[in-house]
Design a protein around this ligand. Structure first.
Ligand SMILES: [Zn+2]
Length: 356
């Protein structure tokens, strides 16, 4: 039974190569948090931010298509715990160029090159170069172009090619296919494969930040990333992104970074106000999920992490937070769906598996 047909698609003026997949049995979607750590801080073995979205049917455990959104520290280890290796990913998407969302990608690219130089290439989808008003440029393209530089400079790439001449000569970048788009305030399709569609929208955090939505016959999921409101600080109606709210209308699942109110500048955490305000506050996120009509809200990239006395250099006033401390803020916001307070490998399956 042939499930894949390689095809070229013209999407938004960009040619994309994708593997067409047609689900024959009942389709299903799985959303797995591959890392839930917020920011560059490190705590208790929590992996850096990332979300694995799998789509398929019962015969392949919803795994015919595997999409990775962001790839923070240790993503490859979390993927290995759910039986996914870099050679199986169909595409990787980046919300923005902060290391807590990107630094795990070097490991993924290196291993894909090492074992899968015969192909196919891995699509890497992200924003075009974004020039900040502050005078620097954020470039996903350069991140990808230079992803293997450490291993080229050390001589490892040449050494491994000497062992296996089938390995691609340029190192990890040669196994990647970069697809960039200009994020705007309107939803645009940036990647498709058969009946699965990935859209993006511009959102505020740092220049070039984008949020994504995956639509499949089994359901839909929005990956907000670190999005916050275009109005950078109070007074404002909400700390959440108006664009993400639009993107999330009618979505089944919202996966989103969040900042607990315990870290607010007036509570004594020591966190600089701009750092606090450029994340979606937990209460605002619950209210947004309710307005969007989401069934599930997956909190991830939680600042502070569960159980932490400190969040990097910042104190957690009142002591470590629990699952309940996040949950009660979401419940008080009026969200009537199901809240998942993210831990690494937390997974939602749509439709939910029937009891045998
Ligand atoms: Zn982040």
């Amino acid at each position: 039974m042939q499930r894949y047909v390689l095809a070229m698609l013209l999407v938004g003026g960009v040619w994309l190569t994708g593997a067409y997949f047609t689900a024959r049995a009942a389709p299903c979607l799985m959303v797995t948090l591959t890392g839930t750590q917020s920011g560059p801080a490190i705590f208790d073995g929590i992996a850096g931010a990332g979300t694995l979205v799998r789509y398929g049917d019962d015969s392949n455990e919803c795994g015919a298509l595997k999409l990775q959104f962001d790839a923070g520290r240790g993503t490859i280890l979390r993927l290995s715990q759910v039986g996914v290796v870099p050679g199986q990913l169909n595409a990787t998407f980046f919300t923005h160029m902060h290391s807590d969302h990107t630094e795990g990608f070097a490991e993924i690219a290196q291993l894909r090159w090492n074992f899968n130089s015969a192909g196919p290439k891995l699509d890497v989808v992200c924003s075009e170069d974004a020039i900040s008003t502050l005078g620097f440029t954020l470039s996903c393209k350069k991140l990808v172009m230079h992803i293997g530089d450490l291993f080229i400079q050390s001589g490892e790439i040449a050494q491994r090619i000497s062992e296996d001449e089938q390995r691609l000569p340029g190192g990890p970048v040669d196994i990647l296919n970069i697809v960039t788009f200009q994020p705007t305030n309107e939803q645009q399709i940036v990647w498709t494969s058969g009946e699965v569609r990935v859209s993006a929208i511009r959102s505020t955090h740092i220049a070039g930040h984008a949020s994504y939505r995956v639509d499949t016959p089994a359901g839909s999921v929005v990956i907000g990333g670190d999005a916050s409101n275009d109005t950078l600080e109070p007074p404002r109606l909400t700390s959440t992104s108006d664009q993400v709210e639009k993107l999330a209308k009618g979505a089944d699942v919202i996966v989103h970074s969040t900042m607990h109110p315990a870290m607010a500048p007036d509570k004594g955490s020591g966190m600089p106000p701009p750092v606090y305000y450029r994340q979606a506050a937990t209460a605002d996120l619950g209210a947004m999920a309710q307005r969007a009509g989401a069934r599930y809200l997956m909190l991830t990239h939680m600042a502070p992490p569960l159980g932490a006395q400190r969040h990097g250099p910042y104190k957690v006033p009142g002591g470590p937070l629990t699952d309940a401390d996040y949950r009660k803020v979401v419940e008080a916001s009026g969200f009537t769906g199901i809240t998942i307070v993210g831990t690494d490998l937390a997974t939602i399956r749509l439709p939910a598996k029937q009891a045998q």
